[in-house]
Design a protein around this ligand. Structure first.
Ligand code: MN
Length: 747
C-alpha cells in the first residue's frame, strides 16, 4: 500500500511549496475525519503549525521542505497503522524536540503530559542511524523499553522508518546500506511482531531494492512478465469458490494475494530453487463479513465448501482460529490442489481478523474488548520488561531478543494441560526454566509425550512435557548451548556465577592470608589492584582463579610494590597484549571512513584487505569493507548473509569500498550448473570455460542422477563482468537448465 504522494519537483517557488504543504496536510485530515471529536481539529492544526514553524528553515536531503516528512509519517500512522488523533499529533511533532528549538516543556504546555511523554520516548530513540553512533544495539534496547511504556511510541517509530525507507533515493549509498540493513535486522521483524504485515513486507521489499538491486529488478521484471498468466489462473481458481460461498449465503470477498518480491527471493534462497519454481505458488484470501458470534462457525463452513471443490493437503491445515498467534493473528490456512495440479494456499478469515492482520496492534486495541485473549500483548510486554531488567550487554540482548521474542512461537503443555508459549527452537530445558527457575536448575531430563528425552531436546507445538529433576543436579557452562530463551540464559548465568562465588570463597581466604603476610591490608582498593595486576575482569574471577589454582600469587609477592599498606602495580607494566595494536590500526581506518573511499583490487594497493570467506566477493560485486579486530579490512558482498548483522551492530566499522579496474589478479569463485545428463556435456563446459573464454578452472565435480547432472565448477575470474559473460554463455549451451553463482562458502 503506497501513499499517493507524488514526488514533486523541488525547484518550486515558495508559494507553490506552501500550497503543497497545505495540500498534504488536508489529505492527512481527510483520513482522520471519521475519528475527529470536538476540539481535535484545532489541536491537529496547532501541532501542524508548531511543527511547520519549528522546521521552517530545514530541508530533507531531496531538497523538499522538511515538514513534508512529519506529515507523511502522520499519514502512515493514521491511514496504514490506524492510529488516532493523539498519535497523529505526536507523529507531526516527532522530530521537533530532537532537531529544533522546541522543547518538551513547550509540547507539554500545548498538548499535555500524555503527548509529551510519547514525544519524549520518540526523542530518546531518535534516529538510531543519523546519530552515527556505535550504539545501535543500545538504542534498540531503549526502543523496547519505551515500547513497554506505551506501544504507540514504537508504532510511530515504525511509521517514521517506513517513510525514510520510501524516500531513501536521495541518500548516499553508504547510508542507504546502513539504514536498509538495520531495517531488515530490527524494524521489519518488529513490525512483524506487532502484527503489521503490510508494513513489514514493504520494508523488506524496499530494503532489498537497495541491498540487492540486481536481483530485485530481475524478479520484478519476471513478475510483471508473468502477471497476466497468473491473474488468469487465479480468476479461474476463484470463480467456483465465489459462486459457492454466495449460494450458501455467506458475505465474502475473495481475492488473490500478491507475493512480495522479497518473499519470492527468500524462498529461492532458502530452498535453492529458481524463480520459475516459485513464482506460480499461488495464495488466495477469503474474507468473511460475519457477526462476531458466528466467526468460527462460518470460517469452518467456508473451509468445508472450498475443500469440497479442491482436494486439500492434509498436513497443511493451520488453525489459528482456536489458537491465535501471540501477535494477534487469527485465520484458517489450508493448501489445496488447484487446476493443472498446482498447489494454492487458501487463507480464510473474517473482516475483523483481517484488520488485525493488516493493522496489528492498533486494530487489536480497537477490538480488545470481547476477545478471549485480551492480554496476549500484555504478556509479551511483560516478558520484554523482564528481559530488559536483566543485566546483559546490548549486543547479546539484541541477539537474544531476536531469537526469543521475534521468532514465531510454539505452544506446549504441562502434564496438567496448562499451555506455555515458547519461541520456535526452544528445548526441554527452556520449558523447565519457564515453569520455574528452581525446576530448570535441577532438570536432568524430560518426558515429551511420555517418551524420555535429554534436556537439549527441541520441542514442537502440541508437545506435552514432564520435567524430571534431581536435587544433585547443577547448571553447567554447556547448558547455555541448549537454551534460547532469555529467562533460561540469565538464570543459568546467575547460577554459574553463584557456583563460581562459592568456589571462590577458598581463594578469597588464601588471598587474604597472602596479602596480610606481605603487610598489605585486605581492602577493596588492594583487591582491585591485584585483580588489575592479573588482568582479570572482577575480584570474583580473581578469587575463583586462585581457588582453582590457576594463579599461585607468586607474581604478586615478587612484582607488586607495597606503599604503606597499599599494593601498587609497578611501572612500567608488562607489554600490552598484541591485540591492542590491531585495535589502534583499526581505529585509524575507521576514522577516515566518513568521506574516504577505499579503492582496492589494484596490485599497487597499500591497504591490507581480505576477501570474506562467507561470500567470496569478486571485482564488480556490490561490496562493503568491514574493519575487523585483528584481521584488518574484510570485504563482503552487500548481499552476504552476514552483512545485515555486521552493518547494524557495528555500523561504525563499515567502510565504503569500491573496486578498481584490475586485470592482473584473479579471484576464486564458483558456479553450480544443472542440466540434462548428456554425452559430452562436460566436454562442452570445459571447452567453453577454458578453451573459448580462457578462464582457469580450479576444480570441477559432477554428479549425475536419473538423467540430471549437477556440476560444481570452481574457477578464477578477474571480475564480475567476466563471470557474467561466462554464466550467460553457459546458459546458452544445449541441455543446460540453470547456472548459478555460489552465494555461500566454497566447499
Ligand atoms: Mn523522522
Amino acid at each position: 500500500m503506497n501513499l499517493d504522494v507524488k514526488p514533486i519537483t523541488y525547484n518550486l517557488s515558495e508559494e507553490e511549496e506552501k500550497k503543497e504543504i497545505v495540500r498534504q496536510y488536508r489529505a492527512l485530515l481527510r483520513c482522520l475525519k471519521p475519528k475527529l471529536k470536538q476540539g481535535d481539529r484545532e489541536l491537529l492544526r496547532l501541532a501542524f503549525e508548531m511543527a511547520a514553524d519549528a522546521h521552517k528553515t530545514m530541508r530533507r536531503k531531496s531538497g523538499e521542505p522538511y515538514i513534508l516528512h512529519p506529515i507523511a509519517v502522520a499519514r502512515i500512522a493514521a491511514e496504514e497503522i490506524g492510529l488516532g488523533v493523539r498519535s497523529t499529533i505526536c507523529a507531526l511533532l516527532h522530530d521537533t524536540v530532537e532537531d529544533t528549538d522546541l522543547t518538551l516543556e513547550d509540547i507539554e504546555i500545548a498538548f499535555g503530559p500524555e503527548i509529551a511523554r510519547i514525544i519524549d520516548g520518540l526523542t530518546k530513540i531518535a534516529n538510531v542511524v543519523d546519530t552515527n553512533t556505535t550504539q545501535q544495539a543500545e538504542n534498540f534496547k531503549k526502543i523496547l523499553l519505551t515500547l513497554t511504556d506505551d506501544p504507540r511510541v514504537i508504532l510511530i517509530k515504525l511509521a517514521d522508518r517506513l517513510h525514510n525507507m520510501r524516500t531513501l533515493d536521495s541518500m548516499k549509498r553508504e547510508k542507504q546500506l546502513k539504514i536498509c540493513s538495520e531495517t531488515v535486522y530490527v524494524y521489519a521483524p518488529l513490525a512483524h511482531r506487532m502484527g503489521l504485515y503490510a508494513i513489514k513486507t514493504e520494508m523488506e521489499d524496499l530494503a532489498m531494492k537497495y541491498l540487492e538491486p540486481e536481483t530485485y529488478k530481475e524478479i520484478a521484471r519476471k513478475l510483471s512478465e508473468t502477471r497476466r498468466e497468473r491473474t488468469r489462473y487465479i480468476n479461474e481458481f476463484i470463480r467456483p469458490i465465489k459462486e459457492g460461498l454466495q449460494k450458501a449465503g455467506l458475505k465474502t470477498e475473495v481475492y488473490g494475494r500478491p507475493k512480495s518480491i522479497h518473499s519470492i527471493w527468500n524462498k529461492m534462497k532458502n530452498k535453492g530453487v529458481t524463480f520459475e519454481e516459485v513464482y506460480d505458488l499461488f495464495a488466495i484470501r477469503v474474507i468473511l463479513d460475519v457477526a462476531p458470534e458466528k466467526e468460527k462457525e462460518d470460517c469452518w463452513k467456508a473451509y468445508s465448501m472450498i475443500t469440497d471443490m479442491y482436494i486439500p493437503s492434509p498436513e497443511r491445515l493451520r488453525d489459528w482460529l482456536s489458537n491465535p498467534k501471540s501477535n494477534g493473528y487469527e485465520a484458517l490456512h489450508t493448501t489445496v490442489m488447484g487446476p493443472q495440479g498446482k498447489w494454492v494456499e487458501v487463507q480464510i478469515r473474517t473482516k475483523r481478523m483481517n484488520e488485525i492482520a493488516e493493522k496489528g496492534l492498533a486494530a487489536h486495541w480497537k477490538y480488545k474488548e470481547g476477545t478471549a485473549d485480551e492480554n496476549r500483548f500484555d504478556k509479551w510486554f511483560t516478558q520484554i520488561r523482564e528481559a530488559l531488567t536483566q543485566d546483559v550487554s546490548s549486543i547479546d540482548f539484541l541477539q537474544d531478543f531476536k531469537t526469543s521474542f521475534l521468532a514465531e512461537e510454539i505452544y506446549v503443555y504441562t502434564p496438567r494441560g496448562d499451555v506455555k508459549m515458547l519461541p520456535v527452537g526452544a528445548s526441554a530445558l527452556d520449558f523447565a526454566f519457564s515453569v520455574h527457575s528452581a525446576i530448570g536448575s535441577k532438570c536432568i531430563g524430560a518426558k515429551v509425550n511420555h517418551k524420555l528425552v535429554p534436556i537439549s531436546h527441541k520441542l514442537r507445538s502440541g508437545d506435552q512435557i514432564e520435567i524430571i529433576t534431581s536435587n544433585k543436579q547443577k547448571p553447567t557452562e554447556d547448558w547455555l548451548n541448549f537454551v534460547i530463551t532469555t529467562k533460561a540464559k540469565t538464570k543459568i548465568k546467575d547460577a554459574l556465577k553463584e557456583q563460581k562465588r562459592k568456589i571462590g570463597e577458598d581463594g578469597k581466604y588464601t588471598l587474604q592470608k597472602k596479602m596480610e603476610d606481605m603487610g598489605a591490608s585486605f581492602s577493596r582498593a588492594n583487591i582491585d589492584e591485584v585483580t588489575a595486576f592479573y588482568k582479570l575482569a572482577s575480584p570474583l574471577d580473581l578469587f575463583y582463579q586462585i581457588a582453582v589454582k590457576n594463579i599461585d600469587l607468586k607474581e604478586m609477592k615478587q612484582d607488586m610494590q607495597l606503599v604503606g599498606d597499599k599494593l601498587v602495580i609497578p611501572k612500567p607494566v608488562k607489554a600490552e597484549p598484541e591485540v591492542k595494536h590491531h585495535e589502534a590500526d583499526t581505529h585509524k581506518i575507521s576514522n577516515k571512513k566518513d568521506n574516504e573511499l577505499i579503492i582496492f583490487g589494484e596490485s599497487s594497493d597499500r591497504i591490507v584487505y581480505n576477501l570474506a570467506n562467507c561470500c567470496k566477493p569478486i571485482p564488480g560485486d556490490d561490496v562493503f569493507g568491514f574493519v575487523s579486530t585483528g584481521k584488518g579490512l574484510i570485504i563482503h558482498r552487500t548481499n552476504c548473509a552476514n552483512a545485515a548483522r555486521l552493518m547494524s551492530n557495528f555500523g561504525h566499522r563499515v567502510v565504503k569500498t569500491k573496486w578498481a579496474k584490475n586485470k592482473e589478479i584473479s579471484f576464486l569463485t564458483g558456479v553450480k550448473i544443472v542440466g540434462l545428463d548428456d554425452v559430452g556435456v562436460i566436454h562442452k563446459i570445459t571447452n567453453l570455460v577454458s578453451g573459448e573464454l580462457k578462464i582457469n578452472i580450479a576444480a570441477l565435480t559432477v554428479e549425475a542422477k536419473e538423467g540430471v547432472f549437477e556440476g560444481n565448477v570452481k574457477l578464477y575470474v578477474h571480475d564480475k563482468e567476466e563471470l557474467d559473460e561466462l554464466v550467460n554463455k553457459l546458459k546458452k549451451l544445449p541441455g543446460i537448465e540453470s547456472v548459478e553463482r555460489y552465494d555461500t562458502e566454497l566447499v
